[in-house]
Structure formats: C-alpha cells, structure tokens
Design a protein around this ligand. Sequence first.
Ligand SMILES: [Cu+2]
Length: 473
Amino acid sequence: MKRRSFLALMAGGAAAASAGLLGQHWLSRAGQVSPVMSQPVVRSSQGALMLDLVAQETRVTIPGTAGRALTYNGLLPGPVLEVNAGDDVKIQLHNRLNQPTNLHYHGLHVSPEGNADNVFLSVQPGASQSYSFQIPDDHPAGLFYYHPHHHGTVSDQVFGGLGGALIVRGELDQIPEVQAAQEKVLFLKDLPADRQPGMGGAMLGREGSVLTVNGQVNPTIETPAGGLLRLRLVNGSNARFWRLALEGHRLHLIATDGGALEQPLAIQDLLLVPGARADVLVQISPTGGQFRLRNRSYNRVGRRMMGMRRMVASSQGEETIATIQTHGTTTPVALPRELLPIQPLNNPVRTRRFVMNHGMAPGMGMMFLINGQPYDHQRIDTRVRLGDIEEWDLVNTGVMDHPFHVHVNPMQVISRNGEPERLLAWRDVVLVRAGETVRVRTQFRDFSGRSVYHCHILDHEDLGMMGNLLIEA
Ligand SMILES: [Cu+2]
C-alpha cells in the first residue's frame, strides 16, 4: 500500500475498522527493513487535527519479544501527531483493551478538565471517548507525548506498548539552521523479552530488555555526510532511563520537555528519564561513515540497594540502539548561535515541600508515597491559585531515583541540593535522585481545574506516588 493512501485511511473515519490490518502490514515490514522509515504522521489540516485512535492488542514482529503488544491503530509506537499552535485537536479514542484506559497529552499546556487533558476520565472496554481541545495560540513549539493515564493500569498499558509522539510546530522550527536540519523523531521504548517478561518488578519499576527505536531493534538512520541532523527523542518507557551518546559526535541540546533552550548546549551524553523529551542537533562528520547510537548504563537504584541493582536492566552495560549511516554529502550547516529567549520565573508567593519515598500504608502494604500518603482519588493534596508562581522542594528520601512530573504547566529547576542550576530550561519531568532535594518553580497559567503530579516511573505512580492538584481561579 502506498504511504499516502495509508495515511489518508489513518486520518479518516475508516481508520478504526482497518487499523489492525494496516498495523500488521506496517510492523512486519518494519521488522525486515533496516532504515528507519518515516513513521506515519497525522497532521492537522485547516486548523484541526482529527483522528481515531484504537487501543488494542496487536501481533507484532519485533525480534526477541513475545510477539504481542498494546498499540494504537496497530502501530508501535502510535502515529506521530503534528499540529500548529492555535489548532483544534479532536480525537476519538476507542478502547478495545480488556481494562479501562484514557489519554493524557503529556506536556501540553491545555485544560485538565472536560474532554481535554482530563486523566480522571475512564473509558471502559468497548467504549469510546471524544477528546476536544484547542492548542493555545501562544503554545511553545516542542515535542510532546500521548499515552494512557488511567490510575492503576497506566504502567501495564505503557509497558505493554501504548504511546506516541505529538509535535507542536512553531518558532523553534523556523530558526534557519533548525529548519535546514534533517529531522527524525525517535520514540524510545523497551519491550519485555519473550523469556524475560519484565525485569525488576513493580517495586523497582519494570524494564524490558528489548530496546526499540520507533518499534525497531537497531534501525539504521540514513543522513548525508556533513549535514545537520535533528533528533527528537521521546522516552516512552515505563521505568527505563535512557542515556544516549553518539559515536564520534557531540550532541547539541536545543530543546527540553517544554521547548527551546536559549542557546544550544554541547553534551557528551543525554539522560532521558521516563516521560522526558529532548531535541538534539548533530553535525554529522563530513567524511561520513557509520556511527552507533549507544545507550549507556545508568544506576537509578542507590548504593544502599546494591543487590537490587542487578535486577534493573538499564544498569547492565551499554547497547547499540540505532546506527547512523551516511548517504551522500551535503553542504555543512553551522549550529544556530541563539535559539529562543526564556523568561525566568521570579518571586514565588509560596514554597511547598513534596517528600517522596516508599513505605507501609495502613491496610495497603508497601506503597509509594508523597508526603507520607499513597494516592487517593477523592483527596485534594495541593490547592493553588491560578496565576501564582510557587516554589516546590522535591525531596527524595528513598533509595531509588524518582522522576517527578506535573501536568498542565512546566517547571524551571532552581537548584539541586542547594547548588544553583545553571541551565535555564522548561521541564515537565524533573529527575530527583535518591537522597536529593530539587527546588523548582512553576506558574499556574491560563487553566484552572483538577490535575495531578506524580512519579513517572509508572509502576510507582500506580503504586501510589501521585497527588491531586487543584488550580483555583
Ligand atoms: Cu518513582
């Protein structure tokens, strides 16, 4: 099938009916062909993104896996959704799973209520839910992430395969050097191996030992020698931290979760915690060749738990996750010197403290806690006023790292263990290492309503490490 007719089907009403078949076709091809094929992209047209997403179990042909995964429209990862600031988003979610689900638009600055980014909606098996919201006119350009967020089943569904990238186009994309770069979205996901159905268990956070990039094992990315490559990375894992380095090249970070940095930042490797995204530019060697994109090991379990470390797959050595292969040459493009200004958040009206750890909860056994309590649907943990700037101390008194995520509004890191943070950046997931205190600032802009903050090791979230945040007008 031609790609165009495939996409036409994807975007139209027929998508729901034929998606499974199309997905299998796509996945079986993906298993055999080495280049990273452009992922299916569904773009908005005439100011609206309209799409059906079917959550279902699908047969996949990814080497080393059990051959079944949870997918949207039969695709792993789900289609890339692409919109412009100001666009309307209208998504029909159809639940063909055997448990409730819903959708979260991770990182988007939209309402947490109604049929927008409302994680309290529960879509029962066999039921459908329409989502409808507008991306604000002044929404920053960036890379976002849609995934299920139904408390209690989030980790099973994300670990099972569900999730996809969402691009908001805007100012960052119009910077000439960025525009000249070849762009690739890389959706990172670890899948359970056939013989090893999830390492670590829920307490540590389950990791799969099959590392996939856009649903493929070690795919090849073709790019011209001497050119600028823009890799747009999403960590779509349940618990795995990815730490990426490209052989023979430096990475130049140009955007974090919430959008552009002020200037590119040269880094040796990129640590991406679950739910985090990053854009990096790479100046591909003018002499060309083949370069491995490596995933380095990372210990997210502290020293006091040395014995447990061996149970976490990501702490076990380095692996190639993709290969960059040059093809032809192009005129070298310089790196941009300036990106976009970031306004630092000043003068918080209040400071709060969120202590993360695991512990015994009465009648519930071992749970993951924020300020000593496991998640309760009914309880409002934090009440804030619309428009306020607040400073939050995120305190990890436990023995494992916890990536802290807040919905609706991004954060700026102010300090880590009292050391001022030098990089001014917008993040919606902030890593709080075992024993660390991270101070962040955030402003509750534009949208009132109830939303959540939680650990983005999704097993920990399902085991209680979440709180309700009420933004009052
Ligand atoms: Cu956690």
